[in-house]
Structure formats: structure tokens, C-alpha cells
Write a protein that binds this ligand. Sequence first.
Ligand code: ATP
Length: 321
Amino acid sequence: MAIKKIGVLTSGGDGPGMNAAIRSVVRCSLSNGLEVSGIMRGYQGLIDEEIIRLNHRSVSNIINRGGTILKTARSKEFKTEEGQKQALATLKKHSIEVLVVIGGDGSYRGAQELSEKYNIPTIGLPGTIDNDLCGTDQTIGCNTAVNTALESIDKIRDTAHSMERIFVIEVMGNHSGYIALEVAVGAGAEDVIIPERPFDYDLLCQNILRGNKLGKISWMIIVAEGAAKAYDVSDTIKKMTGLETRFVVLGHVQRGGTPVSADRILATRLGAQAVDLLMKGESGKAVGVLQGEVNVVDLSRACKRENDHIDEYLELIKLLR
Ligand code: ATP
């Protein structure tokens, strides 16, 4: 039986390009004669019955905007059976037959539950700045987040070089060192600390002292927030080397801002693909782009991926130091 109504939500941490994905889902659905419901604040909005009707105009002028017009949340309640049953009741009440979930690995696990346990056809779109999902080379938002962080780090580099100082810069990434590694290579940093690999402070300080003797007095060390705190790293370096060290935490600026073209285009392609899959009766899948081509994997396989380039990038950083 042909579907009549589709729902769309954004969940977990927001990322630039989520709005472009919403726009694509909404307009592709409308073009195919479907009604569209927007669910506010991720899975929590399903529990609290925060549902809005979306039309062509609802998504006007958002392709270039960061954040998400549907808001996003982390919902503990949705992890419980009671919460999920409430969410299901909202879907039934509003006659939402199929669902597009835009988010990271946690959101994918929620989508999998809806599809497998409750038989709601659900498709996941990779919306996270961490780039840590399987089945896609890049997630929506990661490209912009890296560029935003780089812009700030370039400015810090100017002062690090002029003042001849050591700078420790903390970037986002609780479990994923993706942003840290990308910006470390892109900014020409001397070292990087990521959650996926152990870190040797003795070696770092020996390198700094050796470099210092040879006249190298400015260093940039990038730290992923989940691996260490910039303040602690800076303090350790100061104590171990006796050299002036500063720290900067880039924080939430990395999540916001205008999405770069790669994120907008990825989001637009994947939004269309998600609608197409749902209209064909598919469920429990995640969409992505692998080597330029749209790719579909089971949600169960899409969760959590370790960056393939960690060791190559670490080696590069060492070589170019
Ligand atoms: P980000 O990568 O930006 O952190 P995310 O989607 O991984 O995004 P999470 O907070 O891990 O963010 O997950 C978002 C929401 O998905 C959770 O708040 C919860 O409502 C739901 N969720 C997470 N794990 C599960 C699970 N095992 N079962 C059901 N729902 C889940």
C-alpha cells in the first residue's frame, strides 16, 4: 500500500547541513505527493507529541543555515520501553507511517529499534560532525566543522608564531578523533591527542625541548575533548618543560555556522535517497555516499566506525613536524 505521510526528525548533537537534509526530505516528499510532519526535538518530540505540518515554504531559506529548524535533543526517555511506546502512540495518532531520522550513531540505534521492534519503516541519515558512521565516507556536518575549527586555529597560529609560544587547542570529539586529526594535518600542528590512541607526554616534551634548542619555539598541539582537557595538557607541558604554554578550547563554535557546499550537497542527495527508499518499502537502512556514489547499508551495520586514516595521519604529523 502506498504511503501517505512521512515524518522527519533531527536527533543528538546538531551539525551544519541538518537543515539542508530536512529541506531535501520535505521537498522530495511533497513532490511525490506525500504529506510531511516535522517532529520537534528528536525522539523527545515524539514522546511529547510536538508535531508540526511542513510545506514547501516551511523549508524556504534554510539550505544555508546551521543548526536545525526542528531543534534537536538527547532523550533518555526514548531509551526506555515506556518512552518508545509513547513515541509509537504519537506516530499512530498523527498517521505518520514512515520516518527519516537525521543524527549520529545513538540516533541510528533509536531508528533501528523503531524499525525492528515496532515495525515503523525508518531510514537514517548521517548527521554528526564526528564522521564516525559506517557506509559513508563523510557525515553531514563534519566538513564544515573541520573548516570552522581550522579558521580559528589559523588565527591562533599567527599569535603562536609571533609570540613564540606553545599552544594547546581543544576541539570537539568525545569518542572520535576525526576533527582533531583533520585540523592537525590541515593546520600543520606539531602533535595531536585523540581518544583512539594512547599518548606519550614524555616523548612530546622531549621533542619540544629538543626543538627549542634548535630554535623552534612555537608549537601547536591539537587535543580531542574526549582524549584530554586542554588545560591539563598545557599544565603538564609547562611543568615538564618549564616553557610558557597557553591553551584554547574552541567549544561550540565548531557546531554552528553556514554549511560548506560539500555538506549541503551531501545532505540534499541523501534526503532524496531516504524518501525514495521509504517509498519503495525499505526500512532499517542508513544512507551515505561512498566513493562518490549513494550507498545503502543496514542500520545495524552503520553504527560506529573507526577512522581509517588514523595511523597514516599520525605518521604524517610526525614526518612534517
Ligand atoms: P552525536 O554523534 O552528535 O552525539 P548521536 O545521534 O550519536 O549524535 P546520542 O545522544 O548518542 O547522539 O543519541 C541521540 C538519541 O538517540 C538519544 O538521546 C536517545 O534518545 C536515542 N538513542 C541512543 N541510543 C539508543 C538506544 N540504544 N536505543 C534507543 N534510542 C537510543
